[in-house]
Structures are given as structure tokens and as C-alpha cells.
Design a protein around this ligand. Structure first.
Ligand SMILES: CC(=O)N[C@H]1[C@@H](OP(=O)(O)OP(=O)(O)OC[C@H]2O[C@@H](n3ccc(=O)[nH]c3=O)[C@H](O)[C@@H]2O)O[C@H](CO)[C@@H](O)[C@@H]1O[C@H](C)C(=O)N[C@@H](C)C(=O)N[C@H](CCC(=O)O)C(=O)O
Ligand SMILES: Nc1ncnc2c1ncn2[C@@H]1O[C@H](COP(=O)(O)OP(=O)(O)OP(=O)(O)O)[C@@H](O)[C@H]1O
Ligand SMILES: N[C@H](CCC[C@H](N)C(=O)O)C(=O)O
Ligand SMILES: [Mg+2]
Length: 486
């Protein structure tokens, strides 16, 4: 594709060299540049991509898009100077990949918790309706039924557009994706056309990156600000930031709620460990999920499906056949008659919600033993709050390790313990080794109890100093219970 065509949605300050050259690939990472590529220099959080311009050229880049021009401009390379490469990267990359989001119906989900659940359920729902679909999620990406591993909640702009292009090529009509606050802030989703955007909720997370809650909220809001008039925005009226999200959007606004008047409303009629009986917009439906927060997630799914033109009755029938997403309130039953639940709760709010969900079902019968830790090199402020939440709603807590990354596991545990007074500490023991912690929790559990193993969900690793060692909470539990691994 010609360089000039790739630039049609941006306004360069200047172009030095031939804009009619043929571009064979686009890269933001000099290490992946090949002959005939356009290299885009991004100012990252760790290093400045401008430092790698000469490397990219040595690897064959014939065009460079950057903010600052190098002092010496090598001949035979076209330089495109822009005010902001982050703003340009998505807009340029998506054109290189054939503008895939305009050839399918793309729906994005943002918010602190619930993104993976909602995006995954929409993918399964629309497959049940007989469509080919794509999914981009924290757990896994799918192009129709072909899985592609996911490193991020939202891939970088290159991988993201590559995946979307593959979806178009495979004949997918719908794509559902998670939009993390990092991705929105870094404009990884720049240039994409969304038919719909969903908001789940906003509670504290990632303040290491965004610094203030307001910045974090504004990053999420930017997603809705960028929607076009023909799109829909579905927001959670039960969340105090729900209406703020859609304050400045041009899209058609719809709301969902368990408590208030809204376009999509639910009442909980019954709940058991196997599922709940709900009333959604006046119609009864039995679902295979537990937890009030999953009612919100299902309402978002229902609302999106209806806004995408599906008949409400058909959506409810299909919804009743959906089941829990990997590592999200996933039960593993012990032969002794207690239940272990693996859940990805890794924020104070998610821990609160998941424990609420378990209490709703236990209804005062049976104790809760919680195993949890906090990730290294992530928001430190959430650590004491996570411990407090776990202690408040559990009978016993075992604080352990969860991806220490480049921090000392014991230091992270200490940060969590700071949140507790002497009385609360009586309920807590700390065991650095996560497998031992899970074993200890199981040894304490009796028939009717619940062991909640929180924080890692679907993850199959323990990230220690940049090395991912195999570790799977579900596998550890099945081994303890002597039941075969799936
Ligand atoms: C903090 C953060 O979000 N960083 C992301 C960001 O990288 P960065 O801007 O820090 O990159 P950098 O390392 O400073 O490098 C700057 C530029 O120089 C380039 N470079 C670098 C080295 C070199 O030799 N040559 C070269 O060209 C890099 O490719 C990059 O373009 O942009 C990259 C490309 O999109 C991401 O891969 C990277 O994710 C890192 C690995 C990460 O851990 N991100 C996490 C925090 C994240 O994004 N998480 C959210 C989910 C969170 C949630 O919702 O729970 C996600 O979407 O997954
Ligand atoms: N609507 C919700 N409200 C509050 N908590 C939720 C909700 N949905 C799920 N959770 C809790 O949050 C955890 C993470 O859920 P999920 O993976 O769907 O969220 P996510 O937004 O994709 O998270 P991430 O930012 O890590 O990608 C779940 O394991 C559950 O404990
Ligand atoms: N997407 C989140 C996941 C956290 C999961 C938890 N297991 C941890 O490692 O902190 C993050 O990268 O912050
Ligand atoms: Mg996710």
C-alpha cells in the first residue's frame, strides 16, 4: 500500500521524501521491522522509540513516522513528522490492514471489572445465533473458532489490527473486544469504528499508571467521547460513574440497572450455586451464573444483543445456555463436599463482589476460607484494601503470592497486612508459596464450606522476575482433590 494512502486520516506537519513509496508493513517495535516497513516512533513509558529510528532503518524501514526528526536524514527514507505519534499509530495501522473495523460490527467493553466476562459471553451468544465472530480478551483471542494467545487485555495497535483483518478474512460479521484504560489512553484503538460501547463499572485499579482516579475515569470516558452518532453506548446506571461516561458521547445512550428504572432491567427472583432465576425486562430467564455482579454483566450482554437487532426472546433463550467464563467464579468440587471457587478478583471491589456472591448462595451456612495475594509492580494502594475486603467477609484468610514480578513476595504480603488491625490479623495467616497456601486452605475446609482462590483466575503462570513459571490454581485444586485435569 502507498504511504500517502496510509496518511489520509492524519495531518502530518511535514513529509520529507517520497510519499508514493510502497509500504510493506507497519511497526512500532524496531526489532520487528523488515524491508520496506514504516516505523512509527512512540514515546513509551520505559523508553523513547525515537532512539530506535536508526536501528529500524538498518533493518529495512523505508519510511519513519515520528515527532522529532533525526539530525541527519538518511537518503532513500521518507520521514513523516507529526505532532503526536500515539495519535497517529492506530489511524495509520488500521488503514494498512484494510480498515477492518469498517467491514465488521465491532463492540468494545470497558470498565474496571466485567470486561472479559461480557466480551466473552457476547462472542458465545452471537456464535449461538450462527454468526462467525471474533474476540479479543485478557484470556484469549479468537478469529472465528481459531484461538490466538493473548498477552494483553487489549493488544498493541499492530496486533489488534492484524487480528481484526484476520477476522474479516475469515468472514466474521461481529467482533467483541475489551478496551483497557491503558489501551484507550495509549490510543491502541485509534482509528477503529465501533458500533457499540459498553461500560461496566469504575473502582480503583491501575493508579500506578493513571496516578489519579480522575485520570483513570477520563481514560475510560474518552472511549465514549470518541463514538460516532450511529453507534450505541450502553452504561451501568447502578454505577456512580455510569452517566458521567456517556456525558459527552454522540452515540445513542442506553442504560441497564438492577436497582433503578433503565432501558434494560433485571430482578433477581432466586439464587443457588448452580445459577439464578432472573426477570429481565419483564420476562423470566434461568441463567447458569451466580453473583449480583453477573446480573449486571448479563444485562449488558442482553442490552448489546438487543441493540444489535436481536429479538429479546431469542436473546433470553440463548443466554440461558451460556456458562461461566474460565477462571471467573469457576467452581471445583472437592470429594469431601466443600466447594473451591477460582476467581480472577484482583481489585478490592472485585474481592468484595465475589465474596458477596458466595455469601448470597451460602446464606449463613458454611464458612469461607479465602486465599489471595496482590500483583507485583502494580498499584500498591490497592494491596491493604484487598486484604481488608478479604478479611471483612471471610472466616479465614491466607495471604500469599500472585505474580510478584520484580518485587519481593514477602514485601507485597507485608503491604497487604498493613491494612489490618490486630483483631483482623487473628483471622489471617501468610504463606508465601501459593501451592502451600491453597493446600492449607483445603486442609481447613469442611463439608459445606467454600475455599475462594482469588486473583489468578485463568492464568497458568506465576510471573517471577520476568519468567513465567507454570502455575494454575484450578490444576492445583484438582490435584489436591485427586480429580483428573481437564
Ligand atoms: C505501561 C504500558 O501499558 N506499556 C505498554 C506500552 O509500552 P511502552 O509505551 O511502555 O513501551 P516502551 O517499552 O517504553 O517502548 C517505547 C517504544 O519503543 C519501542 N522499542 C523499544 C525497544 C526497542 O528495542 N525498540 C523499539 O522500537 C517499543 O516497541 C515502543 O513502541 O505499549 C506497548 C505496545 O502497545 C505495550 O506492549 C506495553 O504494555 C506493557 C508490556 C504492559 O505491561 N502493559 C500493561 C500494564 C497493560 O497494558 N495492561 C492492560 C490491562 C490492564 C487491565 O485492564 O487489567 C492491557 O491492555 O493489557
Ligand atoms: N460486573 C462486575 N462488577 C464487579 N466485579 C465483577 C464484575 N464482573 C466480574 N467481576 C469480578 O471481577 C473479576 C474479573 O472479571 P473480568 O475478568 O470479567 O473483568 P475484566 O474487566 O476483564 O478484568 P481485567 O481488567 O483484568 O481484564 C471476576 O473474577 C469477578 O470477581
Ligand atoms: N490485567 C491485570 C491483571 C492482574 C492479575 C493479577 N493476577 C496480577 O498479576 O496482579 C494487570 O495486569 O494488572
Ligand atoms: Mg479482562
Amino acid at each position: 500500500m502507498k504511504l500517502s494512502e496510509l496518511l489520509k486520516n492524519i495531518k502530518p506537519i511535514q513529509i520529507i521524501g517520497d510519499a508514493n513509496i510502497e509500504i510493506k508493513g507497519v511497526q512500532i517495535d524496531s526489532r520487528k521491522v523488515q524491508n520496506g516497513f514504516l516505523f512509527i516512533a512512540e514515546r513509551g513509558t520505559q523508553v523513547d522509540g525515537h532512539l530506535f529510528i536508526s536501528k529500524a532503518i538498518a533493518s529495512g524501514a523505508t519510511a519513519v513516522l515520528c515527532i522529532d526528526l533525526p539530525k541527519q536524514l538518511p537518503t532513500g527514507v521518507t520521514f513523516v513528522q507529526v505532532a503526536d505519534t500515539e495519535d497517529a499509530v492506530g489511524k495509520v495501522t488500521t488503514l494498512f490492514y484494510g480498515d477492518p473495523s469498517r467491514h465488521l460490527t465491532l463492540v468494545g467493553v470497558t470498565g474496571t471489572n466485567g470486561k472479559t466476562t461480557i466480551a466473552t459471553l457476547l462472542y458465545h451468544l452471537f456464535r449461538k445465533f450462527g454468526y462467525k465472530c471474533g474476540l479479543m480478551s485478557t484470556v484469549i483471542n479468537y478469529v472465528d473458532d481459531t484461538p490466538y494467545p493473548a498477552d494483553h487485555t487489549t493488544p498493541d495497535p499492530i496486533e489488534l489490527n492484524q487480528l481484526l483483518a484476520k477476522m474479516v478474512e475469515a468472514g466474521c460479521q461481529y467482533a467483541f473486544m475489551e478496551c483497557s484504560s491503558h489501551a484507550i489512553h495509549q490510543k491502541r484503538i485509534g482509528g477503529l469504528k465501533f458500533k457499540g460501547a459498553l461500560f461496566t463499572n469504575l473502582t480503583r485499579d491501575h493508579l500506578d499508571y493513571h496516578k489519579t482516579f480522575e485520570n483513570y475515569r477520563n481514560a475510560k470516558k474518552a472511549f465514549f467521547d470518541g463514538l460516532t452518532k450511529d453507534a450505541f453506548a450502553i452504561t451501568n446506571a447502578d454505577d456512580k460513574n455510569g452517566m458521567i461516561m456517556v456525558q459527552n458521547t454522540k452515540a445513542t445512550i442506553k442504560t441497564y440497572s438492577i436497582n433503578k428504572m433503565a432501558d434494560f432491567r433485571a430482578r433477581i427472583l432466586e439464587f443457588h450455586f448452580e445459577g439464578m432465576l432472573l426477570e429481565i425486562n419483564g420476562k423470566e430467564v434461568a441463567v447458569q451464573f451466580i453473583g449480583k455482579f453477573n446480573v449486571s454483566n448479563l444485562l449488558a450482554v442482553y442490552g448489546a444483543a438487543v441493540m444489535l437487532g436481536k429479538k429479546p426472546e431469542d436473546v433470553l433463550v440463548a443466554m440461558s445456555t451460556l456458562h461461566s467464563v474460565r477462571g471467573r467464579l469457576e467452581p471445583v468440587h472437592s470429594p469431601e463436599g466443600y466447594t473451591a471457587i477460582v476467581d480472577y478478583a484482583h481489585t478490592p471491589d472485585a474481592i468484595e463482589n465475589v465474596l458477596n456472591a458466595i455469601h448470597e448462595v451460602l446464606n449463613g451456612k458454611g464458612r469461607i476460607i479465602t486465599v489471595c495475594g496482590a500483583g507485583g509492580n502494580r498499584d500498591k494502594g490497592k494491596r491493604p484494601l484487598m486484604a481488608q475486603e478479604a478479611v471483612r467477609q471471610s472466616d479465614q484468610v491466607i495471604i500469599t503470592t500472585d505474580n510478584p514480578r520484580f518485587e519481593e513476595p514477602q514485601a507485597i504480603i507485608n503491604d497487604m497486612m498493613v491494612g489490618l488491625n490486630d483483631q483482623q490479623k487473628k483471622k489471617v495467616i501468610t504463606i508465601v508459596d501459593r501451592k502451600e497456601a491453597i493446600k492449607a486452605a483445603c486442609a481447613m475446609a469442611k463439608k459445606g464450606d467454600v475455599v475462594l482462590v482469588a486473583g489468578k483466575g485463568h492464568e497458568t503462570y506465576q510471573d517471577v522476575k520476568g519468567v513465567k513459571h507454570h502455575f494454575d490454581d484450578r490444576e492445583v485444586l484438582r490435584n489436591i482433590f485427586g480429580i483428573p485435569n481437564k
